[in-house]
Design a binder for this molecule. Sequence first.
Ligand code: SF4
Length: 364
Amino acid sequence: MKVTFPHMGHMWICLQAMLEYLGVEVVVPPPSSKRTLSLGSKHSPEFACMPLKLNLGNFMEAAERGADTIVMAGGCGPCRFGYYAQVEHEILKDLGYNYHLVVMEPPEKHIGELLAKIRYITGKSSWLEVIRGIRFGYRKALAVDELERLAMVRRPREIKMGSTDGALQQALAEVVRATDFRELEKASAGGIEIMREVRTEERPVLRVALVGEIYTLLEPFANQDIERRLGSMGIEVDRSIYLSEWVNDHLFMGFIRGLRSSKEYCRSASPYLNHFVGGHGQETVGSAVFYARSGYNGIIQLLPFTCMPEIVAQSILPGVSNDLDIPIMTLIVDEQSGEAGMTTRLEAFNDLLYRKSSAKEVLA
Ligand code: SF4
């Protein structure tokens, strides 16, 4: 069995670590690229959202490297994600791919089924080993998130342009190389040290929060590397979703204390949106409120074209923007999105934030 999975930012680092820790052979698909997207778009329904198209392209590219089993998350909310895996599998079958599909359904709804799937993938490993494997993958997620956070703070203050990106790649490579807990501990500390060595200077920077649909937030190819672009414009960025927090919320049911939780965002969404609308729609509204109250200068909502939960959130965000006096821009991405359009909109947003913050200083 050669297992593959979709790319979503640096999630591959944690999944590969967890599966290989348990002796499962893994085929990581090549990073998502224009080729991935055009392969996926060519064979997907046009109205499907972009993550489905990129997932499909990932699986086609992984098959070229010998993958024969897909592991994919399931879902049971009102958005289309719940039947993505099956749709992708049917398309692949029609195209002549002979993939075996394993869908991991959310534990709160199908715990027995989930355990049976884990047993199928991990074969002879004992449950104790499985727990250690999951812990190992999760520790990598925590390490990766910490490095990404440091990069977002240091990038707008770096003295030598591009030095943060170089350091981040080096630090991530250390984390990827670690094969056991002891090595991982050393690699995490070493990675943080590499990031701290990036030379920076104190300068006033604008702070912008990215909120929205999880895939578009985490996958740099889908969002056209927005964190790096904003950082190089001198903007400090934070995002409403990190992989380790999402795993803690949805797979560990909030077991690990001290991490940010989507429940807090859902509470902050009231009175604008008081119920679940699928995906991260409610969290998007709540996180926008949270960032506005935390003194951020602006918010960017990211979503794939036709994403239903985020369309609901998009219609509510102007109210949040007015009430809390914070500029909010929505960026919608799909296979037609171009680099120039993204650059122009980010530059215009940056100008707007800069003028607003300068005006505040003059009036103060
Ligand atoms: S949350 Fe949006 S992008 Fe994700 S599967 Fe649902 S509709 Fe598609």
